[in-house]
Design a protein around this ligand. Structure first.
Ligand code: ADP
Length: 319
């Protein structure tokens, strides 16, 4: 392994830049040449590839987004697209690729590996929905953004007697909602993994109101349904004034937290180590604060599991 490439793909997440920096610096430290691919797999097929040096990743560790940009590409899902991508890398003599992204991006990386081109996946997504790693790059930053918003809503909430519903990201995985709900002291948390009894939510709100609670906060993951629809149902059922806030894309941006920068640096460097050891078709992750790696097939075979203990605790603490 003499030359490696790095790209970011799928939804961006804060901390991806720190991961790119780690890949580039670690590779150069080990006398490898590194190439940055712009616009994910789309740029890979088009040959939008540039050599990187120590300076190309200077002053980015603290920046959100990704300096390599990200994209989604339908064409890359085809055999021809993947072949084109490999040709582009062969032209430059690149012999291994690091893909920073979510599970969709890893499926692409797996395809390239099956075609004889070794790839390593680095989990970067705010959703924390990738099996095999306790945390993904960007989750902590996004969580802190949500908490800031929840705290602000709470400030205005204390001035009015209202129910506030905050819709957060998470189509299939409720980790953002679960962690934000627990950290923000929410009365109820709605996540796609666990069906919540509507009457129980209403009872809890009514009980709180009866004992003089000024306001209630409910955190809902987008995968459960629209926050606005849910808000209407709640208002009808409780007769309490209800307000809905959909946080949207602010959850994707911002300066990465220290935790995300450290995680990204460790995972990025670990990915380079695997390529140096001639390994491909694997994802790096973190479990109990130890770096781990798995074959993509193992990752795809599992479902991300949510923390049931935390979910139950949130209920106990919001009686
Ligand atoms: P994420 O990586 O955040 O889950 P996507 O699911 O959108 O994001 O995947 C990003 C890109 O990865 C897609 O646009 C596509 O180019 C590539 N990709 C996704 N699934 C596959 C697949 N089954 N085979 C090949 N490439 C894929």
């Amino acid at each position: 392994m003499k030359k490696i490439g790095v790209l970011t793909s799928g939804g961006d997440s804060p901390g991806m830049n720190a991961a790119i920096r780690a890949v580039v610096r670690k590779a150069i430290f080990h006398d490898l040449e590194v190439f940055g691919v712009k616009n994910g797999y789309q740029g890979l097929m088009e040959g939008n590839i540039e050599k990187m040096n120590l300076g190309s990743v200077g002053d980015i560790i603290q920046r959100g987004g990704t300096i390599l940009f990200s994209a989604r590409s339908e064409e890359f899902k085809t055999d021809e697209g993947q072949q084109r991508a490999i040709e582009q890398m062969k032209k430059l003599g690149i012999d291994g690729l690091i893909v920073i992204g979510g599970d969709g991006s890893f499926r692409g990386a797996q395809k390239l590996t099956e075609k004889g081109f070794p790839c390593i996946g680095v989990p970067g997504t705010i959703d924390n929905d990738i099996p095999g790693t306790d945390f993904t790059i960007g989750f902590d930053t996004s969580l802190n953004t949500i908490i800031e918003a929840v705290d602000k809503v709470r400030d205005t909430a204390t001035s009015h007697e209202r129910t506030y519903i905050i819709e957060v990201m998470g189509r299939d995985a409720g980790d953002l909602a679960l962690w934000a709900g627990l950290a923000g002291g929410a009365e109820s948390i709605l996540i796609p993994e666990k069906k919540e009894d509507f009457s129980e939510i209403v009872d809890r709100l009514n009980r709180g109101h009866e004992r003089g609670k000024k306001h209630s906060i409910i955190v809902l993951a987008e995968g459960v349904g629209s926050g606005f629809d849910f808000g209407e149902r709640i208002e009808k059922a409780t007769k309490l004034e209800t307000r809905v806030t959909v946080l949207g894309y602010i959850q994707r941006g911002g300066t990465p937290t220290a935790s995300d920068r450290v995680l990204a640096s460790r995972l990025g460097a670990k990915a380079v180590e695997l390529l140096i050891n001639e390994q491909g078709g694997r994802m790096v992750g973190i479990q109990n604060n130890k770096l781990v790696d798995f074959a993509f097939d193992e990752v795809f075979a599992k479902n991300h599991s949510f923390n049931l203990d935390m979910y139950n605790l949130s209920k106990e603490l919001s009686i």
